[in-house]
Design a protein around this ligand. Structure first.
Ligand code: 5AD
Ligand code: SF4
Length: 430
């Protein structure tokens, strides 16, 4: 989300006569797009600000802005303790940046953290800097109306709103004309996408949007993220099955395998419901990978709850997971109503067990592709070797293979010969 938003910010700045530099020492303004989802993300920003203070001493005119979720969460507090911040701009206020910068240039502190019911930045075309344009994000909805008790997102990104489907289709077709080969439709909860009044014939839900996007650009690969287990419908799965250009990968954050913990998290589903969604994926789509997010050590989590998470991971056989220790966020329901009572050491050891198990599941997932021929979209050169290309399969598995006659942006049939826990290694078939 922040990667996509940063491209909107660049577009707004360029429209107003600013240019991007790759060289931080040349910058007159530094905008840091931030995340608040865990305390650690914010800590890293404070460290970055401390380092920038020295740069500022040498270059007193340098403006430093905190933008995005941390700006929204901390507001004026970011200006208080001599951190060297001149501008604070929330995720719905980026259009105001040029005006805020003018204010900051006069030596005043500038803040806009207004959230909006409508802002989609639909008319602003993101600026793609990459010389090789292969894969792009298209934001289809912003904000979140769920109230997962641990999560700060609804407070910092505001209420749910969806983008006009005509604009989404125009974005996707523009990307196709620019030569992109893949788009990822993004939103906090894509299954909540809705255009028009619910129940009306003309109203569009995510399944229908996905169908329209896939049909409009048959030569582009389509991905989407993030799905919510309580809302992911069979209709979405059937749409995926209908279109060969929709990648067969679903990111479906489970968070915990314990129904008791899921209830305390206010996730709106049980362990059994999650299993039912996985069964639906397996029966409607033959070759779909499933990845997830898991939180270890949420309030009151017992060893049994933790074992429930491990057993659900095994049962599902996740292809990949993002795994975190629970981090209490001020202002959330969990922070006010529940005690963060799992000791740090226990959180750590549970997270380690989750990571160890996922590593073995990831190896298993990769080994399924051994000796198979998979279709890979070459995204870039491999970081390890100039002679290799790096790409992904439809299932979002990373593949590295010798470049041969192929170029970035090609769809290549690759025979898989080996793998690590993270990467498939193969050679092109033609
Ligand atoms: N502590 C730990 N992880 C969190 N996430 C969201 N809030 C928290 C928190 N307070 C994780 C969830 C979510 C992902 C984006 O971040 O797993 O799916
Ligand atoms: Fe946060 Fe839950 Fe919304 Fe995801 S669905 S952004 S975890 S509140």
């Amino acid at each position: 989300m922040n990667v996509a938003d940063s491209k909107i910010v660049v577009s707004i700045m360029q429209e107003n006569g600013y240019a991007v530099t790759q060289e931080i020492r040349q910058a007159d303004i530094i905008l840091i797009n931030t995340c608040s989802v865990r305390e650690n993300a914010e800590r890293r920003i404070w460290n970055r600000l401390a380092a920038l203070k020295k740069t500022k001493e040498k270059k007193p005119d340098l403006l430093v802005g905190i933008i995005g979720c941390m700006a929204e969460r901390l507001k004026e507090k970011l200006l208080e303790d001599e951190a060297g911040v001149d501008l604070v701009v929330g995720p719905d206020a980026y259009r105001d940046l040029p005006h805020l910068i003018s204010t900051a240039l006069t030596g005043q502190k500038a803040v806009n953290v207004m959230l909006s019911r409508e802002e989609m930045y639909g008319d602003i075309s993101p600026v793609y800097q990459d010389t090789q344009k292969v894969s792009a994000f298209v934001t289809i909805m912003r904000g979140c109306n769920n109230r997962c008790s641990y999560c700060v997102v609804p407070f910092v990104r505001g209420i749910e709103r969806s983008k006009d489907p005509e604009m989404i289709l125009a974005d996707v077709q523009r990307l196709s004309r620019l030569g992109f080969k893949e788009v990822t439709l993004i939103g906090q909860n894509v299954d909540s996408y809705r255009w028009g009044n619910r129940g009306r014939k003309s109203s569009l839900d995510f399944a229908r949007l996905l169908d329209a996007v896939a049909a409009s650009v048959p030569n582009l690969r389509i991905r989407f993220s993030t799905s919510h287990p309580k809302d992911m419908s069979d209709a979405v799965l059937h749409t995926m099955a209908t279109h060969s250009n929709i990648c067969k990968h679903i990111h479906l954050p489970v968070q915990s395998g314990s129904t008791r913990i899921l209830k305390l998290m206010n996730r709106g589903y049980t362990r059994e419901w999650y299993m039912d969604r996985i069964s639906a994926i397996r029966s409607i789509l033959s070759e779909c990978s499933v990845t997830t997010d898991i939180i270890a050590g949420f309030c009151t989590e017992t060893e049994k709850d933790h074992q429930d998470t491990l057993s659900l991971m095994k049962w599902t056989g996740f292809d990949f997971a993002y795994m975190f220790k629970y981090s209490e966020r001020p202002g959330t329901k969990a922070a006010s109503d529940l005690e963060d009572d799992v000791p740090e050491a226990v959180k750590g050891s549970r997270l380690n067990e989750i990571i160890t198990l996922q590593n073995s599941l990831s190896v298993k997932s990769k080994s399924k592709d051994l000796n198979r021929v998979v279709e890979v979209l070459a995204e870039r050169r491999s970081k390890r070797s100039e002679k290799d290309l790096f790409g992904r399969t439809s299932q979002n598995k990373v593949v590295v293979f010798p470049k041969g006659i192929h170029s970035i942006g090609d769809l290549v049939k690759v025979k898989i010969n080996a793998h690590t826990a993270a990467t498939l290694i193969g050679e092109a078939q033609e």
